[in-house]
Design a protein around this ligand. Structure first.
Ligand SMILES: Nc1nc2c([nH]c(=O)n2[C@H]2C[C@H](O)[C@@H](COP(=O)(O)OP(=O)(O)OP(=O)(O)O)O2)c(=O)[nH]1
Length: 140
């Protein structure tokens, strides 16, 4: 089965995470953490910074790797590196997405997450918010 390598950003601010709705392609309308495919020769950290610049016109800092999600979709296998991130500058403009929401712990399951993202929310994001982490601290 075809394998794709993706990096995504869990942007945490004020106890809420930033979720985006896909604006095009096979999974249009599904909710995800913004990001995209890692290019040949690129590190996952570089890929996530590039993708967020391209999609949201925003500079982020990946603070730590939360998880690597492995998931079989009907036509491919996805390996997704998920970084906890903070915004350095920019206003998270939706250049490619249809919609976005800041979700707190009580509203985490209000959106129709893509399968890999649902796994991440269950495994990591729920715990992150339950632990009361409010902002992704910059790297020392
Ligand atoms: N970006 C992103 N993609 C995800 C997530 N969860 C998930 O299942 N996917 C899937 C949807 C897509 O099939 C694939 C990522 O492709 P993409 O379209 O975002 O990547 P890209 O920006 O490099 O796009 P392209 O140039 O190939 O269109 O992974 C997620 O949280 N973020």
């Amino acid at each position: 089965m075809r394998k794709i390598h993706v990096a995504c950003a869990v942007i945490l601010h004020d106890g809420k995470i930033f979720a985006t709705q896909r604006g095009y392609g096979e999974y249009k309308d599904g909710w995800e953490f913004p990001g995209g495919k890692i290019e040949e020769g690129e590190t996952p950290e570089h890929a996530i910074v590039r993708e967020i610049r391209e999609e949201l016109n925003t500079e982020i800092e990946p603070v730590r790797l939360l998880d690597t999600i492995e998931e079989d979709y009907p036509t491919f296998h996805i390996s997704m590196k998920c970084f906890l991130c903070r915004v350095k500058s920019g206003k998270l403009e939706l250049l490619e997405h249809e919609a976005a929401r800041w979700l707190d712990r009580e509203h985490l399951y209000d959106v129709a997450w893509l399968p890999a993202d649902l796994e991440l929310v269950r495994n990591q994001v729920e715990k992150l918010l339950a632990d009361g982490e409010k902002d992704a601290a910059p790297k020392a």
